[in-house]
Design a protein around this ligand. Sequence first.
Ligand SMILES: Nc1ncnc2c1ncn2[C@@H]1O[C@H](COP(=O)(O)OP(=O)(O)OP(=O)(O)O)[C@@H](O)[C@H]1O
Ligand code: SF4
Ligand SMILES: [Mg+2]
Length: 330
Amino acid sequence: MPGNAVLKVDNLHTVFNTPAGVVQAVNGVSFTLEEGRTLGIVGESGCGKSVMAHSLLRLVDPPGLISRGQVRLNGYNLLALSNEQLRRVRGAEMAMVFQDPMTSLNPVLTVGKQVSETILSHLNLSGLEARDKTLALLAKVGLPNPGKMYNRFPFQLSGGQRQRVLIAIALALQPKVLIADEPTTALDVTVQAQILGELNRLKSEFHTAIVLITHDLGVVAGMADEVAVMYAGAIVEQAPAVEIFENPGHPYTCALLHSIPRLGGANKLKPVPGQPPNLLELPGHCAFAPRCPGADKRCRREKPVLQPVCSGHLVACHHPAVLPASGAVL
Ligand SMILES: Nc1ncnc2c1ncn2[C@@H]1O[C@H](COP(=O)(O)OP(=O)(O)OP(=O)(O)O)[C@@H](O)[C@H]1O
Ligand code: SF4
Ligand SMILES: [Mg+2]
């Protein structure tokens, strides 16, 4: 039974106006996320994952510009809100854990102050209660000696520790939607497992919907209900996680999956042979064609649109490789 759709992204476009021309970083991304579900987003470096994530919260700085589209959170369009309305939505309703935690921490405030001030600005607690809650959260995300950590400044922490502070803030606010951009990349395996466990707890206890961007296919397999594969600023395939791994339909997804090393334990995405397209001059046809073994004349003439190949499985390709294995029908 379909759940309640909390986040609806429709035809989102984000560009950067640079001296060299217009960089088309996000190119018509659409998806719907239901409460309590996790959408994993994968794709090689530079394909637009972080710009898309920032666009969802209107956090793209000039020369970046959201040029088209809608982002609807519980029905209202975030792109149409005033700055004051948006400020209230950020954190409490939709929170983000960034790839680079330094950009979202205040360098002149101690860690404890910024977690407790965030708590105080969104929850009705006394200063002492906020302090206790902060200490408990710092412990929960695996920071050693929370009492000491409370009085440290961000620059006195490692990258991984800063990442955990951001996650502590997100846990405190229990947002409806959490956008997590490589939340565990800088962390060792044990802490990574703890953090992923906390994200799952947010999801099961508070029905938080999560957009999880990661290079780690092991994390995707363990966390995501659905997976979207991005290429050149667009989603080229989207399906339930199991379906993506067992029955990939887009040649780019197939190449990404084949690039997983069988031995050695690493689950990181590896480069696919060939170069991604220049985002300053995207072609009017399939952007993957120069790297695609199956490209034909039609692929070099017509742009494929993202459409269902079987139930719940969307592919943007003129010649999708999906087998009717799931038994699903359109
Ligand atoms: N300020 C900017 N000015 C111009 N181009 C930009 C700017 N910020 C990002 N871009 C471009 O937007 C594209 C998408 O970048 P983005 O950071 O979203 O990639 P990503 O998929 O998150 O990569 P990674 O996996 O390395 O984090 C890149 O080609 C990048 O060069
Ligand atoms: S549309 Fe053609 S070139 Fe593009 S991914 Fe599909 S088969 Fe390859
Ligand atoms: Mg990124």
